[in-house]
Design a binder for this molecule. Structure first.
Ligand code: ZN
Length: 452
């Protein structure tokens, strides 16, 4: 019997049962941390936390936050892992690191065989929940390096009984040819790279729209839930695309989009306790309001993670917003960006995600970049450089004009210039795209002229 759920009992249980399960798992995670993890355990003891003292789920708020900075500090003092391990390093079977997009040193983590079983299981919820089945051939457009990325999805596809096509260490051309010749039915990649492969296929004369690929599993960037980007990916591949999101700090994904595509992703609530807080006041924000994700993991034993400040911006809504029958709440719009992503230009808040949502409305846009700079040493300016496909021609001027108008309208009248970039002049990305260049002059900083 086919079912839309990987784990029907867990995914459709009542909220009451789910929350009771979360409380039991939270107590178990605290007990494990106190017993095994010296650094996190000391923090719990200092805050007077014992498993028994957690009477309701709200009591999680008594547990101190864990920040990336604190974790990094511990790693710096006791390299290479810090004092965060609950098991001796020799018990691990795998080393991974964060992708380090913020320019900082990456965090290094270890996992046990049991952790990897769990990591794999988390991805099974997502793959199965988006209609991947044993008969599928799943291609991974992924470098298979220390970044944890799609490693878990690879094992999940094997666990489902799919044929796995590991597309590591290949050029984009080789990947597209392999997808075509082997007849992949599912492709896993970042949203940006899905578009990149579609461009390459077109250049090679390969018709993806009428090819066998029927599902794309996206991860690694917030764009998997930006409607314009997603629509473009689906249209260029002739396939349905699902957003997923995870992080190296917990080893796997935390949310996945189901086949109903509700415009967001279900939180894996039987394995994570997620809170949404106001990043300025640390107070919880209600459903439907944007805030910072704070994650507590029940799954990974090697490194207990309790109340980790992710800096991800999300908006939580009840699970019944989606018609699939899951009781797991949703993050509407997936991960909407990072708390630190927001830029203020002449008093107006600018989010890269909102700009992408507009720019991707044109199919002829091949690549783009957001550039912030200082005009005449005093005035902050913002412009978007756009690379159009070769044959855009006369439509291009009209597109630039309309894009400028929509960007301005979406930003309280802030003028955002749109400039056409030469073909192939903007950087292309395989992993996480970096499309924002902040070249503004910051006065009063250490060297008085620091360029960000
Ligand atoms: Zn759903």
């Amino acid at each position: 019997m086919d079912t839309p759920y990987w784990n029907p009992r867990m995914e459709t249980q009542s909220r009451e049962r789910l929350e009771a399960l979360q409380l039991r798992k939270l107590r178990a995670a605290v007990a494990w941390t106190l017993e095994r993890a010296p650094w996190q355990g000391d923090r719990l003891r200092a805050a007077g936390i014992t498993p028994e003292s957690l009477r309701t789920l709200d009591d999680v708020r008594r547990i101190p936050f864990l920040t990336r900075e604190e974790w990094m500090e511990s790693q710096g003092e006791r390299p290479p892992f810090g004092d965060v391990l609950a098991l001796p390093p020799e018990a691990a079977i795998r080393y991974h690191t964060t992708s380090g997009t913020s320019g900082s040193r990456p965090l290094a983590v270890l996992d046990s065989p049991k952790d990897w079983e769990w990591i794999t299981e988390m991805w099974c919820y997502a793959l199965w929940g988006f209609g991947v089945r044993p008969a599928d051939s799943v291609f991974f457009a992924f470098s298979y390096g220390t970044f944890v990325g799609f490693w878990g999805a690879h094992y999940a596809a094997e666990k489902l009984g799919c044929l796995v096509l590991p597309g590591g260490n290949q050029s984009t051309e080789a990947r597209v040819r392999m997808i075509d010749t082997v007849g992949a039915t599912v492709v896993c990649s970042t949203p940006t790279y899905a578009l990149r492969m579609a461009q390459e296929a077109e250049a090679l004369g390969i018709d993806l729209r009428n090819g066998p690929v029927r599902r794309l599993i996206l991860s690694g960037e917030p764009a998997g839930s930006i409607p314009a980007t997603k629509a473009l990916i689906e249209q260029q591949w002739g396939a349905k695309a699902a957003d997923t999101a995870g992080m190296t700090e917990v080893g796997t994904i935390i949310m996945f989009e189901c086949e109903h595509q509700p415009g967001g992703a279900h939180i894996l609530e039987d394995h994570f306790l997620e809170e949404v807080i106001d990043p300025a006041t640390d107070e919880p924000v209600p459903h439907g309001e944007e805030g910072e994700r704070v994650v507590t993991s029940f799954g990974r034993g090697f490194i207990p993670v309790l109340r980790y400040r992710t800096r991800d911006l999300v908006c939580r809504v009840p699970g019944d917003r989606c018609g699939c029958g899951r009781t797991f709440d949703l993050y509407d719009g997936g991960i909407r960006g990072r708390v630190d992503d927001m830029k203020v230009v002449r008093g107006t808040n600018v989010y890269p995600r909102a700009i992408e949502g507009i720019v991707r409305g044109w199919e002829s846009v091949e690549e783009f970049q957001i550039r912030l700079f200082t005009q005449q040493g005093i005035r902050d300016e913002i412009e978007v450089l756009v690379e159009f496909s070769g044959d855009a021609g006369a439509e291009r001027d009209a597109a630039v004009k309309e894009m400028t108008r929509r960007l301005c309208e979406a930003h309280e009248g802030l003028r955002i210039g749109v400039r056409v970039a030469e073909p192939d002049s903007l950087p292309r990305f395989e992993l996480k795209a970096k499309r924002l260049r902040d070249e503004r002059v910051v006065w009063g900083s250490a060297d008085d002229r620091k360029v960000m």
